[in-house]
Design a binder for this molecule. Sequence first.
Ligand SMILES: Nc1ncnc2c1ncn2[C@@H]1O[C@H](COP(=O)(O)OP(=O)(O)OP(=O)(O)O)[C@@H](O)[C@H]1O
Length: 268
Amino acid sequence: MTDAAPLIRAQNLGLEIAGRQLLRDISLALQPAEIVTVIGPNGAGKTTLLRLLLGLTKPSSGSVQRRPGLRLGYMPQRLQIDATMPMTVGRFLTLGINGVDVPSALAQVGAPQLAQARLADLSGGEMQRVLLARAAARKPQLLVLDEPTQGVDLGGQSEVYQLIAQLRDELQCGVLLVSHDLHLVMAATDRVLCVNQHICCHGHPEQVSRDPVYLEMFGDKLALYTHQHNHHHDISGEVVDECCDQDHAHAVTPPPSRNPKSDSDPAP
Ligand SMILES: Nc1ncnc2c1ncn2[C@@H]1O[C@H](COP(=O)(O)OP(=O)(O)OP(=O)(O)O)[C@@H](O)[C@H]1O
């Protein structure tokens, strides 16, 4: 494969376990330096898809091709830490990875002060930054991040996504990440795959956010929100009309679909 070849290409992936079809007909290609976000409801198969792409789970059907020698950085969804474990962040970053420069690895994720901190003492946001630093420490060609903002408060979440976009620019690596919230990742994502056992829709984030399939899937969460001002937004935040209520709960108004790619389209 050449540099222009995808980092990973999957064709017609399917996984069945104990008679249950967890994933079917997944075809995709991850390009270098591209940020791709997988979204989908709980139990949709997002983590399972990552595992198939990484070769940690064997598909029941279809195939995955990875670039030979592909350098991966993986950030798992959660890391169980024993509160009594005395390990420092600096030690954790070098475990099993040769030649990690701890100060610069932490500086890269905006946490230079954490080298001597105990892993068990970190806040949710600090822990995510440390996990990101470890995933980036191998200078990966592909960063795979499973819900990188778990345990991070809302204000900190967009910071983490900005950091991911910054890492992509610095390392020129592809990024494959899982998220529950399209709107948080929109600004830092080139392409979205909406997964629920199969790829339901895909495309640029704005396209997907207006796709009827996406809206149906996340409709309950998007349908109502409360805030204090006097206009409506569509789901990408644009003001779509005026009204005079203050402090109201209202429905998000999706604008007309702009040719999103949906269920019936060929795979990405
Ligand atoms: N090894 C396995 N054996 C049987 N079922 C499994 C296995 N791995 C995952 N599943 C099931 O597959 C479904 C998809 O799981 P997965 O963790 O991929 O979902 P997800 O989209 O990542 O969910 P969440 O958003 O809740 O993290 C779930 O119903 C899960 O119970």
